[in-house]
Design a protein around this ligand. Structure first.
Ligand SMILES: *Cc1c(COP(=O)(O)O)cnc(C)c1O
Ligand SMILES: [Zn+2]
Length: 430
């Protein structure tokens, strides 16, 4: 397969079966292209996204068809860029993670309208990234790639490694060399190649762009670069699941973390599709974006009223969100403004507090990204920006076991005692 970066209208898609996906369209100028491993518009260099022939007809019928599907993202296969028989192919079958009604947390935060945590730590490699990789794998199969790759802030590397192992691809993934041990080990254990780059995520991403244009990268599918349009669609399943689990109802408010901003933009796309298909009642919803203060380019632009995002050099414990130059930043700003939402950021200390708050109230141990999201939710509730009387969903995208260092200094044993009752009494715990 020839290495391509820019779409041309002459690409042939005769043999590509990605279900309802009918082509790619430019998010800037609307130009249409055939399905292929491309991500930028030939006319304006804008990002491409998947366009669909979505199923028409009776919403009741589609809802019933979804509900009778498998307990994973493939129940939504009619709405995704995957072949109809995707559930029978070797993949990790992520998704349909639990939506936890968080009444203890709601009480603590003063939320009366209902608060839920969408807990994506329950995915096969313990982050939401399994959803997006599962789409990219199908595109990689369709386009004949044999090696899977990515630039990663940590979780994606593990998701690609695991999915490649199961689906029979070679993998070679790239991360900043100084990530948390939990993420490094998790990315390496599946047996693929893991390469640490001396630099931050934005350096890793730039390196991968160079590799795509070089013969050394020939035959490689970079899930979040040349397969990005397909990859990104996986985040729509978070929107589908949240609404289905709420009884086919839109939440009023949803709080989502931002790294590149891809997840947030595709959750919005998923919600709009459900409305267009008649699967949920059309009513207003508000989308809120969460960043860490130490990497807050989108939040800074939102607060300043800017339409462009000025890149930052990340310095935060929320490493999975540490993208200083987020590709989807301007689209995130559009969505949060259009829906009446906001983008906010919290300090590393507030992130740690929020991790402990979620653990203490609901028994969910999230990673620093989840601490960021809940920290921002708390801040916006306290500021009166998020309405406590409306339904609110906080998306937990990762697992605290991967970022133990964030909480280890301030958690630990209550006491170390000798194995007898006197010693226990002396410890002052009764
Ligand atoms: C990658 C990641 C995100 C955000 O992803 P984008 O789509 O790039 O904004 C959020 N949380 C976790 C845990 C992640 O690994
Ligand atoms: Zn264009």
């Amino acid at each position: 397969m020839a290495v391509q970066t820019v779409a041309t209208t002459s690409d042939s898609a005769d043999t590509v079966d990605l279900g309802p996906a009918s082509g790619l369209s430019c998010r800037e100028c609307g130009e249409r292209f055939a399905l292929g491993p491309v991500f930028a518009c030939e006319a304006c260099f804008g990002p491409l996204e998947v366009a669909y022939d979505l199923p028409g007809g009776d919403p009741e019928e589609l809802r019933a068809r979804i509900e009778s599907g498998p307990d994973n993202i493939w129940r939504y296969a009619p709405l995704l860029p995957v072949p109809a028989d995707v559930a029978g192919k070797p993949n990790l079958n992520p998704g349909f993670t639990r939506l936890v009604r968080a009444d203890n947390l709601a009480r603590e935060l003063g939320v009366t309208g209902g608060l839920w945590v969408k807990d994506d730590s329950g995915n096969p490699t313990h982050s939401f990234k399994d959803r997006v990789v599962a789409q990219a794998i199908e595109a990689a199969r369709a386009f004949g790639f044999t090696t899977l790759s990515c630039s990663s802030t940590g979780n994606l590397a593990g998701a690609v490694g695991a999915a490649a192992a199961r689906a029979g691809f070679r993998s070679c993934v790239f991360i900043p060399h100084d990530l948390e041990q939990g993420k490094v080990v998790m990315a390496a254990v599946y047996g693929g190649e893991l390469v640490g780059i001396e630099g931050n995520y934005d350096d890793v991403n730039r390196f991968c762009s160079e590799l795509i244009g070089d013969p050394a990268g020939e035959g490689w599918g970079f899930v979040n670069v040349n397969l990005r349009p397909y990859y990104a669609e996986g985040s729509k399943t978070l929107a589908y699941e949240i609404c289905e689990q709420l009884g086919w109802r839109l939440p009023d408010q949803i709080v989502i973390p931002i790294a590149s901003g891809s997840q947030l933009t595709k959750i919005d796309k998923g919600l709009r599709e459900l409305i267009a298909l008649g699967l949920v009642e059309d009513r207003p919803y508000r989308i809120f974006g969460a960043q860490a203060e130490g990497c807050s380019p989108v939040s800074a632009a939102f607060k300043a009223g800017h339409e462009v995002v000025r890149p930052q050099k990340p310095d935060t414990i929320a490493k999975s969100l540490a993208i200083g130059n987020p590709a989807d930043g301007p689209y995130v700003l559009d969505i949060c403004r259009r829906t009446g939402g906001a983008v906010e950021d919290v300090t590393d200390e507030e992130i740690v507090d929020a991790i402990k708050l979620l653990a203490r109230t609901e028994g969910i141990f999230t990673e620093t990204a989840g601490g960021t999201t809940l920290g921002v939710a708390r801040k916006l509730i306290e500021a009166g920006v998020i309405d406590p009387a409306l339904t609110t969903v906080v998306v937990n995208t990762g697992d605290g076991l991967k970022t133990l260092d964030a909480v280890a200094p301030t958690t630990g044993m209550s006491a170390v005692i000798r194995p007898n009752l006197d010693s226990f009494r002396e410890a002052g715990l009764v």
